[in-house]
Design a protein around this ligand. Structure first.
Ligand SMILES: [Mg+2]
Length: 350
């Protein structure tokens, strides 16, 4: 029986405008894919992330390509063969969508949730952190931090505002004043080496748990200079934008203490699992993150959460119109669905 790839626009509205160093987002236009084989449907999602320079049109073209159709028409149980067939697709965003759907179909056919087929214990999922975007309204910002800190043990404070590192530092001080929750920060590539040298030791004094992506993505020389100049007890440095696929881990060995893996960057679950293994071999910590995505892509990543140190899987909480239900939260604890495959279901109203 032939499998077809249906592509639907998936327009996600943020609950509050989401401001990072790259700009402000209110709506994201992702793509949902359904692999349809007779009555069986498997789901995948492509995040469309403007600051990665991709468009829905380009991803759609990859999802409609010969390589994609070839992959989804392989034997559903020969998952590795199907995933190999995706390797010629250059867009990691398109590959991730197809990889997620192929994993959903494989595990559904086997009648088990994905995490179980990998032998993972769902009770070992780390709590998810919650992201606090930048906001110029100080009173509103303090209130958002305070409220989030009542539910989440770890808050990710987005930094890298246009006013420079002193303003970023004041932002973290403000957060520190209003919540007892643990804080980590994400500069989203915004600092240069001198700024990072100034702020990171100060963040350490405020008890910040780790610092994510302090420097521009390709600036490995900067990472090296920063590393040499920081005091020995500085907070661990995590790479996010500097880590794309498996190939980008070795150059960061000795420079980054941890990596943030996202399915959309690395091309899906198989690559993410390889990256976890490789990062461990280099003694790095592992965080699992997400883009602005619905419960389809967030749940796919969550199935790997028992294998990592930190989960930053809050995107489905940040959007107001998620058509799906998958991974749930009890407080800040990730509850993986026990249904076969991804275990994602569409809300009746959607
Ligand atoms: Mg990040």
């Amino acid at each position: 029986m032939t499998t077809t790839i249906e592509i639907e626009p998936l327009s996600l509205t943020l609950r509050t405008p989401f401001t990072l160093s790259y700009g402000t987002t209110t709506v994201r236009e992702n793509l949902l894919i359904c692999l349809r084989t007779g009555d069986d449907v498997a789901l995948g999602e492509a995040a469309i992330v403007p600051y990665y320079g991709i468009t829905a049109e380009s991803v759609r073209a990859h999802l409609n390509s010969h390589a994609a159709l070839d992959a989804v028409n392989r034997d559903p149980l020969h998952l590795d063969d199907a995933l190999d067939a995706l390797s010629s697709i250059p867009s990691s965003f398109a590959r991730a969508a197809l990889d997620i759907a192929l994993h959903d179909r494989w595990a559904s056919r086997l009648g088990q949730p994905l995490f179980r087929l990998w032998g993972l214990n769902p009770a070992r999922c780390p709590a998810t952190s919650f992201t606090i975007a930048m906001d110029d309204d100080e009173a509103a910002y303090r209130e958002r931090v305070r409220a989030a800190g009542q539910r989440f043990r770890l808050l990710k404070i987005k930094l890298g505002g246009p006013a420079g590192w002193e303003s970023d530092w004041r932002r973290v001080q403000m957060a520190r004043e209003v919540t007892p929750a643990a804080l980590c920060v994400d500069a989203n590539s915004a600092w240069d080496v001198p700024s990072a040298q100034q702020i990171i030791p100060r963040l350490g004094e405020l008890g910040v748990v780790f610092v994510e992506q302090p420097l521009p993505r390709a600036d490995l020389e900067g990472w090296r200079a920063l590393r040499r100049s920081l005091p020995p007890d500085h907070p661990p440095l995590f790479a996010d934008e500097s880590v794309q696929g498996t190939d980008s881990i070795a150059p960061l060995a000795g420079l980054a203490d941890g990596i943030n893996i996202k399915l959309a960057k690395c091309g899906g679950l198989r690559a993410a699992r390889q990256m976890i293994t490789l990062a461990r071999a280099y003694g790095m910590q592992v965080m699992l993150g997400c883009m602005v995505e619905s419960s389809v892509a967030v749940t796919a990543a969550a199935h790997l959460a028992p294998a990592v140190d930190y989960a930053d899987l809050d995107a489905n909480l940040l959007i107001a119109n998620d058509p799906f239900e998958g991974v749930l939260l009890d407080g800040d604890r990730l509850i993986l669905p026990d249904r076969p495959g991804l275990g994602v279901i569409r809300h009746a109203a959607a």
